[in-house]
Write a protein that binds this ligand. Structure first.
Ligand code: OGA
Ligand code: MN
Length: 295
């Protein structure tokens, strides 16, 4: 078999990458992620992901297995600490949903109600996450993405200099009990689960390992304190950074369409669930790619 005939084995997909009229994000139209991607198709997607930080693959009527396989091309996958909400047969998929089945939640109903970057509370936070729409509400349910490179670049030089050497603690438990008080269906964590999520210390400003760009890396959801600062000073600085990091000029608001698969870069962005009215059903499947230790 010649090299040409090997290459022609995978059907060529003529897909387009269309940047949004927003600070971040692009949609990918005409690609079926369940088909094998050639190396050059993969390279185009990979580069677009680095350029736009969030890619929206439209109309992916694909199985959980295809979602998992596509995600794995970008790296090994995380298994979320809330194993209660794994999809049966696919432990790599976390169900994000407000649906209750006979009074029992089928998924994490309040995922992302505070701004955050996925898994920043672990020594190796996530590279990126892929959320696949299964069932969408007729209103609400948007997801917001804030560009943390832009947030860093928009800080005054004096504040940049002040925060560059700082480190902060991130903890999964920071808001857990508060969320559980509001949403009693949230499982009580076992000691084994608590042991999996001991706090991690991360740089306040991280460098993207693939592009070299700096990004702010603190979040309302998981960052508890700046290491080495008195509590009041730490609280004041974090409040200032949280407010700055999600200014409207850094944000893309995603309004979900049926079968969207959204792939964002947790090293460049924070994200937030805007919220779904309680009486409407919303269900998405998430895979989470493991990343490197931030520096
Ligand atoms: C997540 C998340 C936001 C949303 O799944 O990691 O934060 O809008 N979801 O569901
Ligand atoms: Mn999230």
């Amino acid at each position: 078999m010649t090299a040409t005939s090997i290459l022609s084995a995978a059907p060529v997909q003529n897909f387009e990458i269309r940047p949004f009229d927003a600070p971040v994000g692009a949609e990918v139209v005409g690609l079926d992620i369940s088909q094998p991607l050639s190396d050059s198709e993969f390279a185009r997607i990979h580069q677009a992901h680095l350029d736009h930080h969030v890619l929206v693959f439209r109309d992916q009527q694909v199985s959980p297995a295809a979602h998992v396989d596509f995600s794995r091309r970008f790296g090994p996958l995380e298994i979320h600490v809330l194993h209660q909400f794994q999809l049966k047969g696919h432990p790599e998929i976390l169900i994000v949903s407000n649906i209750k089945d006979n009074g029992e939640p089928i998924g994490l109903g309040d995922a992302g109600v505070y701004w955050h970057s996925d898994i920043s509370y672990k020594p190796h936070p996530s590279l990126g996450s892929l959320l696949h729409a299964q069932e969408l509400p007729s209103e609400g349910g948007d997801t917001l993405f804030a560009d943390q490179h832009l947030a860093w670049e928009a800080l005054s030089p004096a504040l940049q200099q002040r925060i560059l050497p700082l480190k902060a603690e991130h903890s999964y438990l920071a808001k857990y009990e508060e969320l559980r008080a509001k949403n009693p269906w949230r499982p009580k964590l076992s000691q084994a689960q608590i042991d999996q999520v001991s706090p991690a210390v991360q740089p306040v400003v991280r460098t993207h390992p693939e592009t070299g760009r700096k990004a702010l890396f603190v979040s309302e959801h998981f960052t508890t304190r700046i290491v080495g600062l008195p509590q009041a000073e730490s609280d004041a600085l974090l409040a200032e950074l949280f407010a700055h990091s999600v200014k409207p000029e850094f944000i893309y608001r995603h309004q979900w369409q049926p079968h969207d698969l959204v792939f964002w870069d947790n090293r460049s962005l924070m994200h937030l669930a805007a919220g779904t009215p309680d009486h409407l059903r919303r269900k998405l499947y998430r895979t989470t790619i493991q990343g490197d230790a931030p520096y």
